[in-house]
Design a protein around this ligand. Structure first.
Ligand code: NDP
Ligand code: MG
Ligand code: MG
Length: 340
């Protein structure tokens, strides 16, 4: 049984005499910095000299310094720049970490795959809100809070977990509930989920369904509606009530057809492929590839992105969304929603 921590389990006095350096003022950074500040915690935002985020942080009434300056003045350093740049930002601030300080993350990639190797005398913790940053901020302001994950990688002080819980309370996560996990579990399940199911798996399922219909002579418009557009209605039902709510709401014909045919599509072979994706996450093959890809300026990434944009379903969708009202009703959030 999973332990869930709420406000009563967290003691904000752990951050009373503490300065928190929030490195980065993007999706998560702006939310953590403002929520902590509103919770009465002393916050400094760390940004590079020419940062495009500086004006926003200052307009929000926060003090801005360089990452090095912010880290040198803080006892808790919250690393909220993009995962791919964290190792280089960390290299700049490492010498500012004193014994007993906390290095705080919102995702485990760089610690778990040894891209950042902190000294042994600091606490290394994670509070990972299960939402994009603009919702972490909005939910704090509305009093609701955002569910989150907590993990302790290194407990040098003996207080790492209590301090992390205080941080979680400061950003509003303990209002909604915080679940304990490990850096390994958070990182590996996150990568597997986005690769096999949430981003990679679903995009390929949609394209494969679309291609099958169009190749068989059906109209691209019909294929788009059936295989992509209706996905949202189905996912909304699952979000509200699990698979059961979805099966209950569709027709008996859809239920029987889906139950009897679905596993012919995601068959043993597809499941073996999922295991292979998981293996590459677990043994670090994916991480090594992604780090090298970034060092080489992302050649494969750029090419894969372009190929995805060139798929016919994207043109059909653009045309259809312009013709129908639903796209206007459901304007997407101004800030990008990322899988974390
Ligand atoms: P963002 O991409 O939104 O971070 C952008 C910020 O980082 C900007 O302030 C940017 O400022 C700064 N930045 C970028 N490059 C550098 C650099 N080289 N040196 C200094 N500052 C830099 O990050 P996210 O908020 O998306 O992610 C932060 C962490 O939170 C990650 O570990 C991520 O995995 C995790 N996370 C993200 C979630 C999300 O929904 N986005 C959800 C849960 C966790 P500048 O103008 O200088 O470029
Ligand atoms: Mg149908
Ligand atoms: Mg993710």
């Amino acid at each position: 049984n999973t332990e869930i921590y709420y406000d009563d389990d967290a003691d904000e006095s752990h951050l009373e005499t503490t300065t928190v350096a929030v490195l980065g003022y993007g999706s998560q950074g702006h939310a953590h910095a403002q929520n902590l500040d509103d919770s009465g915690v002393d916050v400094i935002v760390g940004l590079r000299e020419d940062s495009s985020s500086r004006d926003a942080a200052e307009a929000d009434g926060l003090e801005v310094a360089t990452p090095v300056e912010a880290a040198s003045r803080a006892e808790v350093v919250s690393v909220l720049v993009p995962d791919t740049v964290q190792p280089s930002v960390y290299a700049d601030i490492e010498s500012e970490l004193d014994a007993g300080d906390t290095l705080q993350f919102a995702h485990g990639f760089n610690i778990h795959y040894n891209q950042i190797q902190p000294p042994e005398d600091v606490d290394v913790t994670m509070i990972a809100p299960k939402s994009p940053g603009h919702l972490v901020r909005r939910n704090y302001e509305s009093g609701e809070g955002t569910p989150g994950l907590l993990a302790v990688y290194q407990d040098a002080t003996g207080d790492a977990k209590e301090r992390a819980l205080a941080y979680a309370k400061g950003i509003g996560c303990t209002r909604a509930g915080v679940v304990e996990t490990t850096f390994r579990e958070e990182t590996e399940t996150d990568l597997f989920g986005e690769q096999a199911v949430l981003c990679g798996g679903i995009a390929e399922l949609i394209k494969a369904g679309y291609d099958t219909l169009v190749d068989a002579g059906y109209s691209p418009e019909m294929a788009y509606f059936e295989c992509l557009n209706e996905m949202k209605l189905i996912v909304d039902l699952m979000y509200e009530g699990g698979l059961g709510a979805m099966w209950d709401s569709v027709s008996d014909t859809a239920e029987y057809g889906g139950l009897s045919r679905g596993d012919a599509v995601i068959d043993d072979h597809a499941r073996e492929n999922m295991e292979e994706v998981l293996r590459q996450v677990q043994d670090g093959e994916f991480a090594t590839e992604w780090v090298a890809e970034n060092q080489a300026n992302r050649p494969t990434y750029t090419q894969l992105r372009q190929a995805e944009k060139n798929h016919e379903i994207e043109d059909v969708g653009e045309r259809l969304r312009a013709l129908f009202a639903w796209a206007e009703e459901e304007e997407t959030e101004d800030e990008s929603v990322r899988m974390q």
